[in-house]
Design a binder for this molecule. Structure first.
Ligand SMILES: NC(=O)C1=CN([C@@H]2O[C@H](COP(=O)(O)OP(=O)(O)OC[C@H]3O[C@@H](n4cnc5c(N)ncnc54)[C@H](O)[C@@H]3O)[C@@H](O)[C@H]2O)C=CC1
Ligand SMILES: O=C([O-])CC(=O)C(=O)O
Length: 324
């Protein structure tokens, strides 16, 4: 028996490149392939490692019932023509460290990764994951020269998911029924908006007392550190990969989901020339719009304090890069 064929069919399947095939990167590759969203190129500086991971993922395809291509490489030429580039390359923090302690090492890695990736995928939308997230997104924006709609950072979806999880655990309800949004920088100064958090439309302020909400907000702020302290050898990666995959999905499927993303601001919320987490509509052209919510004076002040700390680190990063 044989298959007959007419003319060869050329299929242009979407392709997502992930720079950094460590824990977040490789888990994200698995999510993207198993959700059948795109073919994946996993790139890392460690020779053989992304190739081995890709082969492992390819060998699971028959079991997971998908047929996405997954390529591992150390060469940016293999990433060409990607619709989305995700940057997870860099070091994660260890116990006792803050995300800002990673700035010096990761700044150079992210700038190099962004420059190399844009050279081969000039039309790509970039999602940065490497910490400290807001500063790294700013550096990738600078390095690529992309319009702000095509570059964003992942943090708010993760921080919001943590807030939702802690609310759900407290109330004993399904996490998917809880909706919340966390804005601001990905650090201790993030801004969880309790006022807007609901359980299927019911404000949590109707369900929980002020002290309990304050405790859940504090746990959300420390969500990353809580896992780093438990694991001792790096940080979270399952939920970060899930969070990144929904951003990828909203872009590739043009879902126009309203998700918190770290975006370069040009006057929104009274902030300029800084990257910080705000609600964004994500579709096939990237950030289609930034939603400006009505904030209380306290929330607005918290957002500005958060932006101020990002600005300081952007300045630090410029000095670091200038001296190299
Ligand atoms: N934005 C967020 O919400 C989150 C951010 N992160 C951050 O993501 C980053 C990655 O975390 P993990 O995957 O856990 O770390 P990991 O150490 O498992 O993986 C990082 C990978 O980057 C690679 N790498 C280093 N320099 C490179 C270069 N120049 N080019 C290509 N690859 C390079 C390493 O070889 C390694 O495989 C960290 O900075 C971490 O803090 C992690 C979780 C959540
Ligand atoms: O805490 C870390 O270092 C990793 C991260 O950003 C998170 O899990 O939120």
């Amino acid at each position: 028996m044989s298959f007959s064929s007419n003319s060869p069919i050329v299929c242009n399947l979407p392709r997502v490149t992930i720079v950094g095939a460590g824990r977040v990167g490789s888990t994200l590759a698995q999510r993207i392939a198993e959700k059948n969203l795109a073919d994946v190129v996993l790139l890392d500086i460690i020779l053989g490692m992304p190739q081995g991971l890709a082969l492992d993922l390819v060998e699971a395809r028959g079991i997971e019932l998908h047929n996405r291509q997954i390529i591992g490489t150390n060469n940016y030429a293999d990433t060409s023509g990607s619709q989305i580039v995700v940057i997870t390359a860099g070091i994660p923090r260890k116990t006792g460290m803050s995300r800002d302690d990673l700035l010096k090492t990761n700044a150079k890695i992210v700038v190099e990764a962004a420059k190399n990736a844009i050279a081969y995928s000039p039309n790509a939308i970039f999602i940065v994951v490497t910490n400290p997230l807001d500063v790294m997104t700013y550096l990738a924006w600078q390095a690529t020269g992309l319009p702000r709609s095509r570059i964003m950072g992942m943090a708010g979806v993760l921080d919001s998911a943590r807030f939702e999880t802690f609310i759900a655990l407290e109330l004993g309800v399904l996490p998917a029924d809880v909706k919340a949004m966390v804005l601001g920088s990905h650090g201790d100064l993030m801004v969880p908006l309790s006022r807007y958090a609901t359980v299927n439309g019911i404000p949590i302020t109707e369900l929980l007392d002020t002290a309990t909400i304050a405790r859940l907000v504090e746990r959300t702020r420390n969500g990353g550190a809580e896992i780093v302290e438990l694991m001792q050898t790096g940080g979270a990666f399952f939920a970060p990969a899930s969070a990144t995959s929904v951003m990828v999905e909203s872009i590739l499927l043009n879902q126009s989901r309203l998700l918190p993303a770290a975006a370069y601001l040009q006057g929104e919320y009274g902030l300029e020339d800084v990257v910080i987490g705000v609600p964004c509509r994500l579709g096939c052209s990237g950030i289609e719009s930034v939603l400006e919510l009505n904030l209380t004076d306290g929330e607005r002040e918290a957002l500005h304090t958060s932006a101020q700390s990002v600005r300081k680190n952007i300045e630090r990063s410029q000095e670091i890069l200038a001296n190299n």
